[in-house]
Design a protein around this ligand. Structure first.
Ligand code: ARG
Length: 591
């Protein structure tokens, strides 16, 4: 783990070192802090200071600079020694004292993260599926990324307002309405029926546009016109149209809320597009007053020039559009929440759209324009479930989660068959476990790469117990629980008050060092809105634990050593648990 990957800010317990190097070198503290790195190997110390930029300033060779700094340096109390290796100064901490500092609070108070120095008010808008259209599997990624960003920012002390900007207003309801008119209202109130009607109606619309209507459908009226007429009535507040819309909304929300509960996702507000329907006149007025509104081919919009083009804000027949509602939304959020930042976790295909939206607001001189940020994410092609034909957009999210659970259950049962002792036999308990493992597998697989990276989802890759997966990380926690249980039988329990000298050896200290970096990693993830930093950290820590644990026997050691080691493991578990929570990977007690 190299320092370059982390924040400019100073890691735990290094501020005294920064000011000491600053004094000895005449560099500013900021320069020193940004130059300090984490050596790759423990043998090179805890922190390293490269002398290259100093060499330029002093016009002296880097190794000579290192010598001079060392001579002038007053080594802070926390450090045991400093060594020169070529152009580097390598600093070695007093291990026991550092372990006490890093682990003591964690074990005593269970606190793994501190609030940042300047907390902000941040709106995180994510998930935002379209109602009455199929829940596109693409919405899984915004749901997971947004949820992780929400938790990461909150855990750093920011005031987060999470919003689900449901796509619950628009011409799409007109297609469901047309579907009902053409094929009859479904007997059952089910989201599957609604979507089925939407798919059938838009199918006919497409055929009508392309002139490929089937013989049996030749008598059908113009479906596109039906949909538009319906939406115009809805926007005008027509009673029957509104009741129909409400019916669709209720059915869809019931399905969505179940899904969110399953993912443990919670929103502060479900204020979707419909929430702004009575605020659209304001948008038109503001745009008109600013003199930006122009007419083009019957529609009203704003000309943003060569790069961003002409943006339609109202359709020819006066219907509001996606952007109309987003303009009203942005203004409302500004008035209502006065946020420092607004994050939109929305797919990369809408990048141009958000550039337009933000540009219109900036030209209107609306202060919110400067605070909005599109957090884009890449497509995940190739997802398929056993029941589906492998067409990405035909997969229901609940079906994906069901399959993850079933596959985890199969894997678990085959484990039980191979090695029955110690594993869970109760069927209901197995099912609960499989749900968590399945969810953890999917969530981790999505979280372990950068937002904009496209990747192919593979069941085998996501669920492997040996690979870079959620189950692997879950297993590390379960193993620590197992160690703890065995130790308890011998009267050994974790404590914040143990002899830290007993975990000074490299394999144990490596874990302490990793734990000390957790805060920085989470801050980095929060600053860049990139949860994968946390996912990769959690995986690294789980791996380091699995390696160390072989060398660090607990039961069978003398009591003091056993206690110190168990306490270290308990701290590892605390950080793993928090990290998993941040990226939506459930913790399981045993596996
Ligand atoms: N409902 C939209 C979609 O599924 C996403 C909404 C994004 N948020 C926004 N404020 N436009 O494509």
């Amino acid at each position: 783990m190299s320092r370059e990957n982390f924040l400019e800010s100073v890691g735990v317990g290094s501020s005294a070192l920064v000011s000491a190097i600053s004094k000895a070198s005449s560099l500013s503290e900021a320069e020193v802090a940004s130059a300090l790195t984490y050596p790759k190997e423990l043998a090179h110390g805890d922190l390293a200071f490269p002398c290259f930029s100093l060499a330029k300033q002093w016009k002296v060779a880097p190794p000579e600079c290192a010598k001079r700094v060392k001579e002038a340096l007053e080594l802070p109390e926390d450090f045991e020694r400093v060594e020169i290796v070529g152009p580097y100064l390598n600093f070695f901490r007093r291990r026991a004292a550092f372990s006490k500092e890093v682990l003591g609070k964690l074990l005593a108070e269970g606190i793994a993260l501190e609030p940042v120095a300047a907390p902000q008010k941040i709106i995180v808008e994510y998930s935002s599926p379209n109602i009455a259209k199929p829940f596109h599997i693409g919405h899984l990624r915004t749901t997971l990324i947004g949820h992780a960003i929400d938790r990461i920012l909150r855990s750093l002390g920011h005031e987060v307002v999470s919003i689900n900007h449901l796509g619950d207003w628009g011409t799409q309801f007109g297609f469901v309405y047309a579907g009902c008119a053409l094929f009859g209202k479904p007997k059952e109130d089910s989201i599957f029926e609604l979507v089925n009607l939407y798919v059938r109606a838009t199918g006919i619309k497409k055929a009508q546009e392309e002139g490929t209507v089937a013989a049996t459908d030749l008598d059908k009226p113009d479906v596109n016109q039906m949909a538009r007429d319906y939406f115009l009535r809805l926007e005008a507040g027509d009673k029957e149209a509104t009741e129909f819309w409400q019916w669709c909304l209720d059915i869809s929300l019931q399905y969505l809320r179940q899904l969110y509960a399953r993912l443990e996702v919670h929103f502060d507000h479900y204020t979707g597009e419909s929430f702004y329907r009575d605020k659209l006149d304001g948008v038109e007025k503001t745009l008109r007053d600013s003199g930006m509104l122009e007419e083009s081919r019957g529609a009203l919009g704003v000309d943003l020039g060569k790069k961003l083009g002409f943006v339609r804000v109202f359709a020819e027949d006066g219907r509001s559009l996606y952007i109309t509602r987003d303009l009203a939304t942005a203004d409302y959020r500004y008035q209502h929440y006065d946020p420092d930042k607004v994050l939109y976790v929305v797919g990369a295909p809408q990048t141009q759209y958000f550039m337009q939206l933000i540009e219109v607001l900036k030209r209107m001189k609306h202060p919110i324009g400067e605070k909005m940020q599109h957090v884009a994410y890449g497509n995940v092609p190739g997802i398929s479930t056993r029941g589906s034909l492998g067409k990405d957009d035909k997969i229901w999210l609940h079906a994906l989660l069901d399959e993850a659970r079933d596959r985890a259950l199969e894997a678990y049962r085959s484990q039980v068959a191979k090695k029955p002792e110690g594993l869970e036999h109760d069927e209901a308990a197995q099912l609960t476990l499989a749900e968590s493992v399945g969810l953890g597998a999917v969530a981790f697989n999505y979280m372990c790469r950068g937002n904009t990276k496209e990747f192919h989802f593979s069941w085998d890759e996501a669920l492997s117990f040996q690979g870079d997966t959620g189950p692997y990380v879950q297993y590390a926690v379960a193993r620590i629980n197992g160690i703890e249980q065995k130790a308890k039988l011998e009267g050994i329990v974790a404590t914040s008050d143990c002899n830290w000298k007993l975990i000074e050896d490299d394999s144990a200290y490596q874990l302490v060092q990793m734990i000390s970096k957790f805060q920085e990693v989470v801050e980095l993830a929060g600053r860049d809105c990139e949860p994968y930093h946390v996912a990769n950290y959690v995986l690294d820590l789980a791996r380091a634990f699995s390696l160390a644990y072989r060398a660090l026997r607990v039961v069978g050691e003398d009591k003091a050593t056993a206690t110190a080691r168990l306490s270290l493991f308990a701290a590892v578990r605390g950080v793993l648990t928090k990290g998993m929570y941040l990226i939506g990977v459930p913790v399981v007690d045993r596996m």
